[in-house]
Design a protein around this ligand. Structure first.
Ligand SMILES: [Zn+2]
Length: 397
């Protein structure tokens, strides 16, 4: 078999990414053990490791123990060898964080949109500037952006941002000009899915779906280790699967979508409605009677107190998500479903009903062996995932 230059470059990128992920997972490891784990030749591993050392991404940290023969030189990740800003742009605001190669957050900033997001690009730039000012001496390697809505990753434009009703924004070009750093952009759930494979539950999983459940609900689909964007970059819109017959009108204009019953807003609305109809809940006391102050932390506190009203609402939400997940399982036969996004802070109260509903409704053969888990990145998934868009592009050339 003969390889073209493009083939060789792709293989090299995949090998380097795989090697880096093994170093990240094992902490300290020898070249020989990396070769064994990845089934690569010692020469391939050595040449890739030498490049990673040159780039300051890993370093040698001394001599390990030998199982016979020469003692191996151990390799370790140089955590701050490359630094990226991860930017998560959601429906009503933006978060930015400086993230290192180990997925650790060194600084972060947050900003609500002014002017209903009509000029959200300026808020994004201000948020990035704020986080850069916190650690002004750091050398940064790039910016990754997870943007809600539909993102064309070929032309690098935000095709449609439903929360602001904005279309075709050349976000990458705009931010690159303002910040003088390379910018990588994708949909927010896609970015989170990539982050989960670098730093979370999906390490080593080839086929999985990341559910981003927060102010809206979307998903990132990974097939054979690569993101699946779809024909027009609109794959993964799980929030717009109909789960309620004759349901409420959704932001998309259709009725009964998952998005109308399984987001931060909808759960708070459900609980307020229950309280208004006379259901007793510790939320009344926790909010000191002002139900407009309900937030996820308050819901968590109530859930920990065993509040029936809140627990039932979360259970019901989980069942709706489970219905949509069962469709995804039947279509894709994934190895894992990761539940993430801001609602994952309440994950332990939702995951069981997602799991049981999804398994019950899907074909046994399709659901066999699927892990349905809560993201270990929790509410950092947005910024860490966005930063990992930069990391996976480290070896593009
Ligand atoms: Zn919809």
């Amino acid at each position: 078999m003969s390889y073209t230059i493009a083939d060789r470059q792709l293989i090299k990128k995949l090998n380097t990414n795989s090697i880096l992920k093994v170093v990240l997972e094992k902490g300290t490891i020898s070249r020989a053990d990396i070769a064994k784990i990845l089934n690569l030749t010692p020469a391939t591993v050595s040449s890739n490791i030498n490049n990673l050392i040159q780039d300051g991404i890993v370093h040698e940290v001394g001599i390990g123990t030998s199982s016979g023969g020469r003692k191996p030189v151990m390799i370790e990740l140089n955590e701050n060898g490359k630094l990226f800003i991860g930017v998560d742009i959601h429906k009503d605001g933006v978060e930015a964080a400086i993230v290192n190669l180990a997925g650790k957050i060194l600084a972060r900033s947050e900003r609500q949109f002014s002017d209903h997001g009509n000029k959200f690009e300026d808020d994004v730039v201000t948020c990035i500037d704020d986080v850069r000012e916190l650690l002004p001496d750091l050398k940064l390697d790039g910016i990754g952006i997870g943007m809600h809505g539909i993102v064309d990753t070929n032309q690098n434009i935000s095709v449609y941002a439903p929360a602001m009703s904005r279309r075709n924004i050349a976000l990458k070009d705009y931010i690159e000009k303002k910040e003088s750093l390379p910018v990588f952009i994708d949909n927010d759930a896609n970015a989170m899915a990539i982050g989960e494979s670098w730093f979370g539950q999906a390490k080593g999983v080839r086929n999985y779906i990341f559910l981003n459940v927060g102010r809206g609900i979307g998903s990132g689909i990974v097939i054979n280790g690569e993101l699946f964007h779809g024909n027009r970059y609109a794959a993964g819109e799980i929030g717009h699967i109909r789960v309620v017959e004759s349901g409420m009108r959704c932001v998309c204009g259709k009725y009964g979508c998952l998005d109308t019953v399984a987001t931060e807003y909808s759960i708070i609305k459900t609980i307020i409605n229950s309280i208004h109809t006379g259901v007793s809940s510790s939320i009344t006391e926790l909010s000191k009677g002002d139900l407009s102050t309900i937030d996820l932390n308050m819901l968590k506190e109530a859930a920990q107190l065993g509040d029936k009203c809140v627990l039932e609402a979360l259970d019901k939400m989980g069942r709706y998500i489970g219905v949509a997940v069962s469709y995804a399982i039947n279509m894709m036969n994934p190895g894992m479903i990761v539940f993430g996004g801001s609602m994952s802070v309440l994950g332990e109260y939702i995951i069981e009903s997602i799991r049981s509903t999804a398994i019950n409704l899907s074909l046994e053969e399709c659901a066999d062996g699927v892990f349905i888990v809560i993201s270990s990145l929790r509410d950092n998934a947005g910024v860490v995932g966005a930063a990992s868009l930069g990391m996976q592009n480290l070896f593009k050339e």
